[in-house]
Design a protein around this ligand. Structure first.
Ligand SMILES: Cc1cc2nc3c(=O)[nH]c(=O)nc-3n(C[C@H](O)[C@H](O)[C@H](O)COP(=O)(O)OP(=O)(O)OC[C@H]3O[C@@H](n4cnc5c(N)ncnc54)[C@H](O)[C@@H]3O)c2cc1C
Length: 482
């Protein structure tokens, strides 16, 4: 039993309703289920999902011919204990990424350049000019800013590492994680580890030295200490793709999951309970506690009538669209991609694609033998225009970018396209302050009535692991409150 959870015996089941069956909603439901049974709380749990399947952004599809594509997350870093618990519940075996996942590229001057961890190899990679490299060496002496001060990711990087490194390394990294604009995103919200390392070590170079030492002293734990961009861990998925986890969690669920049950409104009844109107049944559900595990913009709409202050703040987080195009190549064309994770493309380089991932180099079984599965991401906060393009125009653009970077003229032997209208939340400047204000508004707006929590990835971390961890925490808190 979690610390702080009361041992209670209740006869009438309390009703917890969870909106959204992505990883955060399912984690919330399983956590509530486990915690309630440990403290003998009679709890009815209902998960309401708008679409016909569980998983949310985790959408893995196995196609004829031996292709397995991901429309959303590629994998997760196996450093989150909540994920391990969920995998255990699901009864799945993890599939760690292949060694190729360690090799990453960035485009500079129209060419792919490998991002080496070794300083000499990095210096020779051609990513930065001699002046840009010299500027990085001065990083140790750049003073840190006062703790708690907000700053954009780009300004942080330019201040510490110089403008060239901010443009050629950090800005593409932000494309890779957020499909976002480094000048708009808040460093302490988007990359809290970098902000923390600056405060702890006074310098990123000093921090890297200390982390390298820590790694060496923990034998066999290579990579576990992480780097400045975030905590370490092995990129992980499952044989059938990442959606295998939510699917297995739903199959084993002892609670009710209603699909095609888009929640339209939430209101309060005269007793202060939640009245949840959804599309699967004419009668509204009554809930003693509510978890909104949807995207932030949906939570904003649902909260509008009941906690308008929170709704207004939630709506300030942009969720730009992203286009995901997967292409399969055979023969000589397949050989032109390096055996690696992928490459990121700074906006000044010309191609519209934000980055390419070589999915079949990352995980076994994603493409037929002798073929390569390539994924291109377009759009995001830096190129919203492409979200209005036709699928044909997108495909032509991706092929033009493949031609210019890899010299590939051949037609792909396989292709799919997933348009996300609202993909990844953007933690823009002021995000942490808004989160604190949202928490206050929810506390004030639910005082004396049934409680409500916001799960999902729009507030506390955009990654799959963070969404799962936040969901699990909401489930624990719901049981504690009931
Ligand atoms: C293209 C892309 C690539 C990504 N790559 C990675 C990656 O490589 N690694 C990583 O860690 N993270 C990645 N992410 C982020 C990751 O996908 C998310 O962190 C995670 O999937 C969020 O899970 P969630 O449950 O919070 O939300 P979601 O997965 O968005 O689930 C929300 C659910 O709520 C449902 N819903 C919405 N409205 C309603 C309603 N009114 N009523 C009922 N249900 C509703 C939706 O249908 C959905 O099922 C990526 C995201 C995208 C879009």
């Amino acid at each position: 039993m979690q610390r702080g959870l009361k041992k209670v015996v209740s006869q009438t089941p309390q009703h917890l309703v969870i909106v959204g069956a992505g990883i955060s909603g399912l984690a919330a439901a399983w956590s509530a289920q486990k915690n309630a049974s440990e403290c003998n709380l009679a709890l009815r749990i209902t998960v309401l999902e708008a679409s016909g399947e569980v998983g949310g952004k985790a959408q893995s599809t196995t196609h004829a011919g031996g292709w397995t594509t991901e429309a959303g997350p590629t994998g997760f870093l196996d450093n989150e204990p909540v994920l391990d618990r969920l995998i255990d519940i699901a009864g799945l075996d993890k599939l760690p990424a292949q060694a190729a996942a360690a090799r990453r590229f960035v485009v500079q001057g129209g060419r792919l350049r490998e991002i080496h961890a070794h300083p000499l190899k990095f210096a020779r990679s051609g990513i930065l000019s001699p002046l840009g490299l010299a500027r990085i060496l001065r990083e140790r002496w750049v003073p840190k800013i006062p703790a708690g001060q907000d700053e954009s990711v780009w300004h942080f990087a330019a201040r510490r590492l110089g403008k060239q490194a901010a443009d050629r390394l950090i800005q593409p990294m932000v494309l890779g994680v957020f499909a976002g604009d480094a000048k708009q995103l808040s460093l302490p919200a988007a990359f809290p580890r970098m902000a923390e390392l600056e405060q702890t070590y006074g310098s990123l170079l000093r921090a890297m030295g200390a982390l390298r030492k820590a790694r060496k002293s923990s034998a066999g734990q290579a990579g576990a200490a992480g780097g400045p961009a975030g905590p370490g861990g092995t990129l992980t998925s499952f044989a059938g793709g990442l959606q295998s986890l939510p699917t297995a969690l739903a199959e084993r669920a002892p609670f009710e999951i209603l699909r095609h049950a888009a929640v339209q409104t939430i209101e309060r009844d005269e007793l202060g309970r939640w009245v949840v109107q959804h599309g699967a049944q004419p009668d509204a559900l009554r809930a003693d506690a509510l978890v909104l595990a949807t995207e932030g913009h949906v939570a904003a709409r649902l909260c509008q009538g009941v906690i308008p202050e929170a709704a207004g703040l939630l709506a300030q987080t942009p969720h730009p669209g992203v286009q995901v195009v997967s292409l399969g190549y055979a023969g000589a064309a397949a050989q032109r991609f390096p055996t690696a994770f992928g490459c990121l493309i700074p906006r000044t380089e010309g191609p519209r694609v934000l980055g390419f991932l070589w999915d079949s180099h990352l995980f076994m079984g994603r493409a037929p033998d002798g073929h390569v599965l390539v994924r291109a991401l377009l759009g995001g906060a830096v190129d919203e225009e492409v979200n209005a393009w036709s699928p044909e125009r997108l495909m032509d653009q991706v092929r033009a970018d493949l031609r210019s970077l890899f010299g590939i003229d051949e037609a792909p032997v396989f292709q799919t396209h997933t348009p996300w209208q609202h993909a990844i939340p953007q933690y823009t400047l002021g995000h942490l302050q808004r989160v604190a204000q949202i928490e206050e508004a929810i506390a004030a707006g639910t005082h004396g009535g049934a409680p409500l929590w916001l799960a999902g990835n729009s507030l506390y971390g955009v990654a799959f692991t963070k969404a799962a961890a936040r969901g699990w925490q909401c489930g624990e808190q719901a049981v504690r409150a009931l």
